[in-house]
Design a protein around this ligand. Sequence first.
Ligand code: NAP
Length: 483
Amino acid sequence: MSAKLISSIPTNLYIGGEWLPSSDGNRIAVVDPATELVIADVASGSAADATGAVDAAFEAAAEWVATPPRVRAEVLRKAFELMTERKEDLATIISREEGKTLAEGLGEVAYAAEFFRWYAEEAPRTMGHFGRSPAGANNILVDYSPVGVSLLITPWNFPAAMGTRKIAPALAAGCTVILKPASETPLTALALAGLLEDAGVPAGVVNVFPSSRSSEISNRILSDSRVGKVSFTGSTEVGRVLLAKASERIVNCSMELGGNAPFIVLDDADIDNAVAGAMIAKMRNAGESCIGANRFYAHSSIADEFADKFAAAMAELKVGPGLEEGVDVGPLVNASTRDKVEHLVNDAAAGGARILTGGRRPEGPGFFYEPTVVTNIDPQSEILHTEIFGPVAPIVKFDELSDVITRANETIFGLAAYVFSDNVGRALSVAQQLDAGIIGVNRGFVSDPAAPFGGMKQSGLGREGSQDGMHEFLEKRYIAVEW
Ligand code: NAP
């Protein structure tokens, strides 16, 4: 059944409302990470095609910005409704190309759809403001206009939500877009293109442009003077490259980059709640999440109890193909992601770490890795200083609060963090000392379309979701006026 669904997805570039092959015939093979088999191939856009996508987005821009905000809102609302109606199909497509379980795929689709609903509600509320200058010399008028044609580049781990978190605010703001999905997961993005067309998005307003030549095409698009914005979600390494390129023309940038989230359990935490939170914060998408808990710090007085209960819960999880009944954890996205996870665990074990559960890769096919809990880790171990992006939880003991705060902040990243304590005042005081843009207090689940999502330090620039997400696609204009 899912094979028929996959073969129903258009596989060419979606430019100006048309499905076009790549001008040089290049294609990308899409692999099911549960079987390692190719399930589809899609057009891989060339630099010349990228200019075609900019032409289409630029031509559509004048009419889209002139479309009343209320009408833009209704299109976004329709996209929310269609996404909700098509949730089973979309979740199945996500699971086939990315690996997550059907239940997680449904969760992602619901979250992704919420961005259309939220920004449908925000679109008519982009009001400027007006006031008298304090000196009384003139009036101050501030209004907003869209930043213009926007390049959106997304990662593979949440192929629907990372797309809608950018498309919805961009369209609400009056921008037209070119979405470049990750090469591992172009099918969800192409399915989204069809959905947006059905929702009434005019031709050229959203262009979906898979390409395995990401550097070449982003260079071409960012060199084009008709392009006003790049909004990127992915690794810090690639974010740096894009920022350097964007600096040539001072292109407006939003960057959602990598993380290395600490998860801190204080001595007075409810251990069962901390374990429940750890399971969510660690195991969302098999650990392949930018806000995934990466390092666990537990107070010495409760660390063994926390580790034992956490390991017991991890050992209960069933690993297997995401669409199979009863499976809790799907495969990792590709061989290199799985090999990196395996290397980090083996390296920690070689340094004297103790594996409480997991620690092995099951027999293939499929890029599986067992849910793993590791303790007794050397503080210098690579596993504590690298974004693991897999189902592995390293646990470290601490005694002093000031020490754990220092250790938690000892990273170039500052995306997410988690604090567990039954004394909320104490937990909040720790939270306020953490360099992180998103903090869960007694909660492992933190994503919310109504909340600002983004990182400090080298985890990014700007915020997605909330009212902030729309302002990333707007320019402010101040007019000094007298009448
Ligand atoms: P990635 O390697 O940085 O790739 C992300 C996207 O950038 C893909 O579409 C990729 O295209 C493209 N890309 C790669 N090199 C490029 C270049 N030189 N110029 C322009 N585009 C380029 O990241 P990933 O492996 O897909 O995703 C995992 C990373 O994303 C992790 O670090 C994670 O923390 C981060 N992430 C952050 C957030 C957040 O909100 N902060 C959310 C999710 C993920 P190809 O696939 O064609 O190479």
